[in-house]
Design a protein around this ligand. Structure first.
Ligand code: ATP
Ligand code: MG
Length: 312
């Protein structure tokens, strides 16, 4: 039995300007114990899919199950199997951190939970904030409480919707250390993030959504192997010559150009030299998940390993 199963999930929102299809026939399973990354640009449908999983929104078509329980027909069991860290910060300002966690335990019918609450507080770096009121916490600390709240009933499936958006390096590390530990102990994790290096480091498998459709679903290693290309990265103030303009990715002063092998690296460098482009801090490395992601988002449909390759 998969931990999570999406079958033909579609979601249409009715708006003032007609119907909008936010999800369009999404199907995939997440195995028990898997650390799964769901990636996609803003508006791709990640939060919509998670809202359907959490029972906060209804799918227009399709079925979703958590640990075998249908999220509509068997809502209570499906919900209990899930720990969800929402993208938006929502909290009750009048309670202390510990009270919030006790209330959440009560909501799931878990009694005498203080030992686990203490463990969560320690693991998430909140031990000294247990008695603080929620409104006295900084944004990053509130997010830690949301994580603790999601985990308070020891759910087998943990869903994190951009848990590290706008949080400092320390919290990201604390959070990943903690979540990776729970994953090693058997928890299934579904993560959405815009930090691709995070997904690369943590996720066994990655699904990519684009305008409501699943456009990639592969093991992280296979996804990276499919773009086993060399990347030239350097700084420059000069414009790319026209023959390199389409394959170069330029962000401010930083340019990146893909090459298949060493001889193409030489070709690229020769073209830059011929065009009089001054290159500073040149690095030559392997393509990473960001390169894969940008490639997939540029192309249409489920890409084959071939389509993933950057052509020079
Ligand atoms: N309640 C709603 N009513 C109408 N449209 C909605 C609603 N919720 C989301 N949408 C639309 O559905 C699409 C998908 O939104 P969603 O929040 O799922 O994206 P996302 O992948 O989570 O993006 P982000 O990375 O910005 O969090 C967007 O175009 C959004 O405007
Ligand atoms: Mg979202």
């Amino acid at each position: 039995m998969p931990a999570v199963s999406f079958q033909g999930v579609a979601k249409t929102y009715q708006g003032a300007r007609g119907a909008f299809r936010a999800l369009d026939g999404v199907s995939f399973d997440i195995a028990q114990g898997e650390f799964f990354g769901l990636l996609g640009p803003n508006g791709a449908g990640k939060t919509t899919l998670i809202s359907i999983l959490a029972g906060l929104a209804r799918a227009t078509e399709g079925r979703v199950k958590v640990m075998g329980h249908d999220v509509v027909d068997d809502y209570a069991r499906a919900r209990r199997a899930l720990g969800i860290v929402p993208q938006e910060l929502v909290f009750d300002p009048f309670f202390s951190v510990r009270e919030c966690l006790r209330i959440q335990s009560g909501y799931f019918g878990v009694k005498d939970n203080d030992d686990w609450i203490d463990e969560l507080l320690a693991g998430l770096g909140l031990a000294d904030k247990a008695h603080a009121n929620m409104r006295q916490l900084s944004g990053g600390m509130k997010r830690r409480v949301l994580v603790a709240q999601a985990l308070v009933h020891r759910p087998p499936v943990i869903v994190l919707d951009e848990p590290t958006a706008g949080v400092d390096v320390e919290l990201r590390q604390t959070l990943w250390h903690f979540v990776a530990q729970l994953n090693r102990e058997g928890a299934t994790v579904l993560l959405t993030t815009h930090y691709l290096e995070e997904a690369e480091a943590l996720c066994h498998r990655i699904g990519m959504l684009k305008t409501g459709k699943l456009v990639a679903l592969e093991r992280t290693t296979d996804l990276l192997a499919a773009t086993a290309v060399t990347m030239l990265r350097f700084k420059t103030d000069d414009a790319m010559p026209p023959e390199l303009a389409t394959q170069a990715r330029v962000t401010g002063r930083i340019a990146q150009i893909a090459a298949r092998d060493a001889s193409e690296v030489e070709t690229v460098l020769a073209r830059l030299r011929a065009a009089g482009v001054r290159v500073e801090d040149l690095e030559i490395g392997r393509a990473d998940l960001e390169d894969v992601f940008l490639n997939i988002m540029k192309t249409d449909g489920v890409p084959s390993a071939q389509a993933l390759k950057v052509s020079v």
